[in-house]
Ligand binder design. Structure first.
Ligand SMILES: [Zn+2]
Length: 347
């Protein structure tokens, strides 16, 4: 429920802006076709793409998949992230800052402009509105966020907010957003508010294995005890969120260049929830039942019953008992079964 098919950030080029500067839209779209295939290979039949996609390149990939030009999962796309004037960029030359930011974000300058931004997204068939409640130095105002939510809801679109700090998350929830992405630093009172207002959380967390991969790629010493200790605060907020009754929705936020495919990376994220104490059933539910609910696709996907899209994966063994093992073996099985994997597009 949280990926970026059109973005690839190198581990040594820390600025998100770099990808769009060194790669043409054509190259980004072709690269995304490979990423899309990897999701199918890993068993993901619907994905939600949340921006950093240039000028609606996410929609270009999504419609190519929908028309059967390339294989891939169904895509729900946000189009450009709606943000304040800083976007999520930093360290850009002052004279080019606005131009570079505007190429990846829908920068909003007033309440009226915020309403127009949502209408542009409706016009370009966005399936969800993604906002950056706080970027690098600036955030959307309360009035702007409220206007975005009101307009999106009028057009039957939900709004999800990139928000990390407790105060920012709280303001976004009070302004009426439907979901919160990341939520790294979140208090129990904000979690209680989210539960009350039925706002879901997408914890874009990493497994111990992913953490080790990331540290290795940065030439940093990596052992599982160190990584485990570093992930502990995230696990703690995940367990607190579950306890508070907040609906947890799976999302990998995959955009960093690593030696694993996007699809495998997303499976690792589900494994991270198990590592942090979720039952296998609850972890799988984050990416099936809960994800469908968050998308407003209940009764169409995310559950096995008559009349629902038959997105079924088959395991040889006991998934609950040996979840970790199947997380990686699963891929091998699917690679030989690729021909059978073609999602029916209903978006
Ligand atoms: Zn993201």
């Amino acid at each position: 429920m949280h990926t970026h098919l059109l973005t690839l950030q190198g581990l040594h080029s820390e600025n998100l802006a770099v990808d769009g500067l060194i790669n043409s839209p054509e190259r980004r779209v072709l690269r995304a076709a490979g990423f899309a295939q990897s999701y199918l290979d890993a068993g993901f039949t619907t994905i939600r793409d949340l921006g950093n996609s240039g000028y609606y390149l996410d929609r270009e990939v999504s419609s190519a998949i929908g028309r059967g030009y390339i294989p891939g999962p169904r895509m729900i796309c946000s189009g450009p992230i709606i943000s304040a004037i800083d976007g999520q960029f930093y360290q850009l030359p002052f004279k080019d800052y606005d131009r570079i930011t505007a190429a990846e974000y829908r920068v909003v300058k007033s309440v009226d402009d915020a309403i127009l931004a949502v209408k542009e997204h409706v016009n370009h068939s966005a399936g969800v509105i993604k906002i950056a409640s706080w970027g690098e130095r600036l955030g959307l105002s309360k009035a702007e966020t409220e206007a975005i939510v009101k307009t999106a809801h009028e057009y039957h679109l939900t709004v999800t907010a990139h928000a990390n700090f407790d105060g920012v998350i709280r303001d976004a929830v009070l302004a009426g957003v439907d979901g919160v992405e990341h939520g790294y630093d979140i208090s129990d009172s904000t979690l209680a508010l989210m539960a009350k207002r039925k706002v879901y959380l997408v914890p874009t967390d990493v497994s111990i294995r992913q953490g080790i991969e990331m540290m290795k790629a940065r030439n940093m010493p990596a052992d599982s005890a160190t990584v485990k200790a570093e992930l502990q605060p995230l696990g703690d907020r995940l367990r607190r969120a579950q306890k508070a009754g907040v609906m947890i929705v799976g999302g990998s936020d995959a955009y960093i260049e690593l030696s694993v495919t996007r699809g495998d990376y997303a499976k690792e994220t589900i494994a991270s929830y198990v590592e942090q104490g979720f039952s296998v059933k609850d972890a799988l539910r984050t990416s099936t039942w809960n994800a469908a609910k968050a998308l407003g696709q209940e009764g169409r996907t995310g559950v096995i019953k008559p009349g629902v899209a038959a997105d079924i994966v088959i395991f040889n063994g006991d998934l609950e008992k040996t979840f970790r093992k199947y997380c990686s073996m699963y891929m091998q099985y699917l690679k030989t079964g690729r021909l059978f994997l073609k999602a029916n597009n209903f978006f």
